[in-house]
Design a protein around this ligand. Structure first.
Ligand SMILES: Cc1cc2nc3c(=O)[nH]c(=O)nc-3n(C[C@H](O)[C@H](O)[C@H](O)COP(=O)(O)OP(=O)(O)OC[C@H]3O[C@@H](n4cnc5c(N)ncnc54)[C@H](O)[C@@H]3O)c2cc1C
Length: 419
């Protein structure tokens, strides 16, 4: 293995010596990176990779970092859409859709949740009907983060109403920029607008954009959801600290534009890091109740980080995302709520101030208004507990009455909309 590591390092280094030029336009550089296979080296040889084992991915990333070279684009296109396309997409679809994800030309959004179907996403009623080489899509999605910027959506739509609910769903790589798509932003209670309602009216998607089988979209959806649970925060592209020049500048601009959607995410995680700081700054670090809060938050935060690291280590060793993602996600909700409670105790009534000359007071208000999202986004706490109960503890499955009958017979809040 040591020999292989050195061999890979040497290959990447020599490729970088020949091709890395910090003044190249970002798109030109990322195109070279994509075609060389060094941007995503663990992907297959014929799909912009080198088929390296998972453990060698960080080795290549380290060489890029040391050279000051910018990495492939990141974000939900890379972390959710790409693994799903790799696992379930046809070779033609992989060739067409993955390259612009690496280069950053295409961002993606996730068109799963609907007004009546979030936890029960398999009960979705957005429908797609075949029309020659295309499908025609009608329905409404909700909570779609980043839809206002996305070139493509990971769309789940019902294509068969006579099969049980999990078997009549198809997964599409859905082009967002077309007349049948209307994206309306939703103003959140913390003042930000990172997600949207998406209205689909006779929107079109080519048949060859089906990911997986027609009617077999649930399997691909599970891949996306498993990768989503393993994510604790949005990521932006890898720009080494020592990077300089045009490529790095353009990558930093791209990352800043992407991060606008996620600017409140640190606050939604509760800012456990600020709890001991606030205890000291407010002069209340000696109070027994405050000390208990600080100790509880810090302990939970450390444990959660280690759980997340375990999940990351499992991925780095090539294991598919498993139930540890649900454990990490549930633990993150716990940290966020404990932190918010501690901040409220420390700030008192000032925790409600959004305009104040004490900047941290405004941050605390933002924390209190953002934390509830952690327990909802990517699957609620209750849903994570069900996954842990069934898949980790081996408890009996949750009883259900609607998974074996044709979906047409299942009662939904959109009964009249069924074709
Ligand atoms: C910040 C943010 C970003 C998001 N981004 C996206 C996105 O980009 N794309 C996307 O598709 N979705 C997105 N979502 C939506 C998210 O996945 C859903 O909100 C979530 O799955 C919950 O669905 P719901 O809102 O319909 O609530 P519901 O499913 O209606 O749940 C309501 C309550 O009932 C409980 N409940 C429901 N079913 C059960 C059950 N079987 N057992 C026990 N309790 C249950 C829930 O835990 C919850 O407390 C986002 C949400 C947030 C907050």
């Amino acid at each position: 293995m040591v020999e292989r590591v050195e061999q890979v390092r040497a290959e990447v280094r020599s490729w970088l010596e020949e091709h890395w030029d910090p003044e190249r336009p970002l798109l030109e550089w990322r195109s070279l990176l994509a075609d060389s296979g060094w941007g995503c080296p663990t992907w297959p040889d014929d799909t912009y990779g080198h088929g390296l084992p998972a453990a060698l991915g960080p080795v290549v990333a380290d060489e890029l970092r040391q050279a000051g070279a910018v990495g492939p684009a990141a974000g939900s296109a890379m972390s959710l859409a790409a693994p799903t396309i790799l696992e379930h997409g046809t070779p033609a679809l992989r060739q067409r859709l993955l390259r612009p994800i690496i280069t950053g030309e295409h961002t993606w959004c996730q068109l799963f949740s609907e007004p009546g179907n979030g936890s029960d996403v398999a009960g979705l009623t957005t429908r797609a009907e075949r029309d020659g080489d295309e499908w025609v899509v009608n329905g409404q999605k909700l909570w779609t983060t980043g839809a206002h910027r996305a070139a493509y959506g990971m769309l789940l739509a019902r294509t068969d109403w006579d099969s049980p609910k999990h078997r009549g769903i198809t997964y599409f790589a859905f082009p967002m920029r077309q007349p049948g798509v209307e994206v309306r932003s939703v103003r959140q209670m913390n003042g930000y607008t990172s997600f949207n309602e998406v209205f689909l009216t006779d929107a079109r998607v080519p048949h060859d954009h089906v990911i997986g089988e027609v009617g077999g979209g649930w399997a691909a959806a599970l891949t996306t959801l498993a990768h989503e649970r393993g994510l604790t925060h949005a990521r932006t592209g890898a720009i080494p600290p020592c990077a300089d020049g045009r490529t790095a500048r353009e990558a930093a601009e791209e990352a800043a534009a992407y991060a606008l959607t996620y600017v409140w995410y640190p606050q939604r995680a509760g800012r456990a890091d600020l709890v001991p700081v606030r205890a000291t700054d407010t002069g209340r670090g000696e109070e027994p109740i405050v000390r208990q809060h600080v100790a509880a938050v810090t302990t939970a935060d450390r444990l959660t980080r280690w759980t997340a690291e375990r999940a990351r280590a499992a991925r780095a060793n090539g294991r598919p995302p498993g139930p540890e993602g649900s454990l990490a996600k549930l633990a993150a909700s716990d940290v966020a709520r404990r932190s918010a409670a501690a901040h409220a105790v420390l700030s008192g009534a000032a925790a409600m101030l959004t305009e104040t000359d004490q900047p941290l007071d405004a941050t605390v208000a933002e924390i209190l208004l953002s934390v509830p999202a952690v327990s909802i986004a990517g699957g609620t706490d209750e849903i994570q507990r069900t996954i842990i109960g069934e898949r980790v503890l081996g408890l009996p499955k949750e009883p259900s009455t609607d998974t074996k009958v044709p979906f047409r017979e299942v009662r939904t809040n959109k009964r009249e909309a069924k074709p």
